[in-house]
Design a binder for this molecule. Structure first.
Ligand code: NAG
Length: 334
């Protein structure tokens, strides 16, 4: 094989390997069901029988919630009240307003303050503060639109847990952990690195601080063998989560911070065949453009004064003379 073609193919293989490597965690995410870490119904006491649970409680009795300021909109007040009422007396309630969150980061995590202040979307700060709150104090974080259906005591018996989302990944809308749990320490230490813009606000938020970010860290953490012993992160499945009499949470559909991007994502999901074909066509065009650039500047560029004709690697068996000429040029060039 001619050396120029070989180099071209090697470069392409490297590019493809690089791209595959970058999205590999996302691909594994599609197959990670978290079943082996599931919190099964058998180990949980029935609703209203929480006091029969004799397992040690590891997670401190703290409930964390966040909002811009103290004036919670009426649509979420009932959900908020349901959690406070059920846990009155023995749980501490920490409410993180924007002002309190910033004060806390500035005091406890000054190395993160620039990133925190620099987030373009307020929801990113709301995402980030919940990880820092859990890593610092431990407790259970609950989104303001998720009401409580029963007491959360049984969920205190795991060093850390998150909620599984269907079809893939985990969510950050309800999570629990002991203080300084290695998973949440890993999460807060990863935020800076994942603070990137993906052009679309929805994807930027998901990938930098939201559920996609959390899912990617969860996969990496598991693949490194850290998801075991005290470092294990248990998974709450939808069946134990909501819509069942024994589920822990009530979901209030008042939350709709994502707009056009979500519509775009759903549109893409509906037209995935056309989009896939377009993707392959684009890749094909890119391949030939790359080859043309490569040929034009690296191979043909050195044939002094000679006419430059575009040649593709697969149909160049025109004459042996061409081979010799190109072979010689290659040696000069490389
Ligand atoms: C709280 O934030 C909302 C939304 O930005 C705003 O409309 C409201 O005036 C704020 N309330 C107070 C007390 O600052």
């Amino acid at each position: 094989m001619r050396r120029s073609v070989l180099i071209f193919i090697i470069i392409n293989v490297l590019v493809i390997a690089f791209l595959t490597n970058r999205v590999w965690i996302l691909i594994t995410l599609l197959f990670a069901d978290g079943m082996s870490d599931a919190i099964s119904r058998g180990e949980l006491p029935a609703a209203d029988a929480e006091s029969s649970d004799t397992r040690p409680q590891l997670i401190p009795k703290i409930i964390h919630q966040t909002y811009i300021n103290e004036s919670v909109p009426p649509v979420w007040q009932e959900a908020q009240r349901s959690c406070i009422e059920l846990h009155k007396g023995d749980y501490e309630y920490k409410f993180w307003t924007d002002a309190k969150s910033r004060e806390f980061i500035a005091a406890e995590y000054p190395w993160f303050l620039d990133t925190f202040d620099g987030y373009p979307y307020p929801i990113q700060r709301a995402d980030a503060i919940r990880y820092f709150a859990l890593a610092t104090y431990g407790g259970i974080y609950i989104d303001l639109d998720n009401g409580c259906n029963r007491r959360l005591d049984p969920l205190l018996s795991y060093p850390a847990w998150v909620r599984r989302t269907i079809p893939t990944g985990i969510s950050n809308d309800a999570m629990g952990s002991v203080p300084q749990h290695p998973f949440f320490l890993r999460v807060i230490r990863s935020l800076e690195k994942y603070n990137r813009s993906w052009i679309l606000p929805y994807i930027t938020i998901m990938g930098s601080t939201g559920p996609l970010f959390l899912s990617v860290i969860w996969r990496r953490y598991s693949r490194e063998g850290l998801n075991q012993g005290d470092g294990r992160v248990r998974i709450l499945f939808p069946d134990e989560y909501q819509d069942k009499p024994w589920g822990f949470f009530l979901h209030n559909l008042g939350n709709s911070w994502h707009g056009k991007d979500v519509k775009l994502i759903f549109w893409m999901a509906r037209h995935w065949i056309a989009l896939t074909i377009t993707g392959f066509l684009t890749a094909g065009v890119a391949f030939f453009v790359l080859y043309w650039v490569y040929y034009r500047f690296l191979v043909a560029g050195s044939s002094k004064g000679g006419s430059i004709r575009l040649r593709f690697p697969f149909w160049r068996r025109t004459s042996t003379k061409d081979y010799e000429l190109l072979d010689r040029d290659d040696r000069h060039e490389v």
